[in-house]
Ligand binder design. Structure first.
Ligand code: SF4
Length: 381
């Protein structure tokens, strides 16, 4: 199976923490929206042979802000995907929406006239102070209303995003607790929860640089992470990846396919693709992207994965998930590399960072999840 990711590179304004590639739409560049839609359709045509026979199990509209397009425009893209690619019936089709764009009219049209069956709502927090600090355009009331609207209209497969550990006047722990209570009361089946990271080329990055923003301490981060994970598990959510939690039957098929090495095609500037052998990435700049596509070309770079890359990739993706690392698989597929890390795995297990599950796979413990990046780096060849 395989997936398609559609990157919509537009936002109404730039959130203070965000370093994803997107440009702010205003009256002077509004025509880009239409131009880009046509280019996207053209890129899908240019890439039609990308999968060589693989069936498409997931389509994901991310950004940027896909909900800046109407349901009619979303359908235009989907029609093209369905006509050019072999999409399975019942494929998961997700769109990221922002609470301020998600009007009942838009939600209704999306449900009635498109095959979209999963929503990822960019809530980030149900606390007004958090949303102001983050530079989001919506408030807590709009965030809650967006979820209620989606449910009333009949969307069942809903995910929301949280950002926690935001440094501001309200206690981060208090804010997280409030958010979780609201999350449970709304019966949302999937949560992606990220701790705030400060990226250099953002408003937060610049504030941090001049000493006007201080991130929360590692200790507080650990406390919050443990709190959110235990709380969600007690409420019946499966912690299936470092930052993702789902009720039974609601794991994101699209995200999960990235972690299990399925091929995917990404279209739009800054989108990444993987065909099993090569990784490709489109350059993150819309003007050259539009020009190249109009000439029938795709501005991208690529690299072929070596055996070592494949091994590292397996460690990186599998250790992040509840599947864990399968030692027999590693021993069969990469014996020369497995022999190097075998003793390290045992040391990590002895130190309580990983444990063997019932299938014999090494899975992160809570203690291990807190330093997952370090453990992964240690296991890289
Ligand atoms: S967080 Fe989302 S809405 Fe905000 S600037 Fe980034 S892509 Fe746009």
């Amino acid at each position: 199976m395989a997936g398609i990711y559609v990157h919509i590179p537009f936002c109404k304004s730039k959130c203070y923490y965000c370093d994803f590639y997107s440009i702010v739409l205003n009256n002077s560049n509004l025509s880009l929206k239409h131009e880009f839609l046509e280019a996207l359709i053209h890129e899908l045509e240019l890439q039609r042979s990308f999968f060589s026979g693989k069936r498409i199990n997931t389509v994901y509209f991310g950004g940027g802000t896909p909900s800046l397009y109407s349901s009619e425009e979303i359908n235009k893209i989907l029609d093209k995907i369905f006509s050019l690619y072999d999409v399975v019936s019942g494929a998961e089709i997700t769109i990221e929406v922002n609470p301020d764009d998600f009007t009942p009219e838009f939600a209704h049209e999306l449900k009635k006239s498109t095959p979209v069956n999963r929503l990822s709502i960019g809530v980030q927090s149900f606390v007004d102070e958090d949303l102001k600090v983050l530079g989001r355009r919506h408030d807590a009331k709009q965030a809650e209303q967006a979820v209620r609207t989606a449910q009333e209209i009949g969307f069942e497969n809903i995910s929301i995003d949280f950002i926690y550990g935001i440094p501001h006047s309200l206690e981060p722990a208090e804010s997280l607790n409030f958010n979780l209570e609201k999350f449970y009361s709304l019966s949302i089946p999937h949560l992606s929860a990220y701790t705030l990271t400060i990226e250099p080329d953002t408003v937060f990055g610049r504030k941090y640089h001049i000493g006007k923003l201080k991130p929360i301490s590692d200790d507080l981060f650990a406390t919050l992470y443990e709190f959110i994970t235990l709380s969600l598990e007690q409420h019946g959510y499966l912690h299936y990846e470092i930052s993702n939690y789902a009720k039974q039957g609601f794991i994101s098929r699209h995200n999960f396919s990235y972690w299990t090495g399925e091929p995917y095609l990404g279209v739009g500037p800054a989108a990444h693709s993987f065909n099993g052998d090569y990784r490709y990435w489109n350059k993150p700049n819309i003007k050259p992207y539009l020009k190249a596509i109009s000439q029938g070309k795709i501005l991208q770079e690529k690299e072929q994965l070596t055996e070592k890359d494949r091994f590292n990739e397996y460690i990186l993706t599998h250790l992040r998930t509840f599947l864990g690392i399968n030692p027999s698989f590693l021993d069969n597929e990469f014996p020369q590399f497995y022999s190097v890390i075998r003793s390290k795995l045992q040391v990590f297990a002895d130190q309580g960072f990983i444990y063997p599950d019932k299938h014999g796979n090494f899975v992160l413990t809570m203690k291990g999840k807190l330093i997952a990046d370090n453990l992964i780096a240690e296991l890289f060849i």
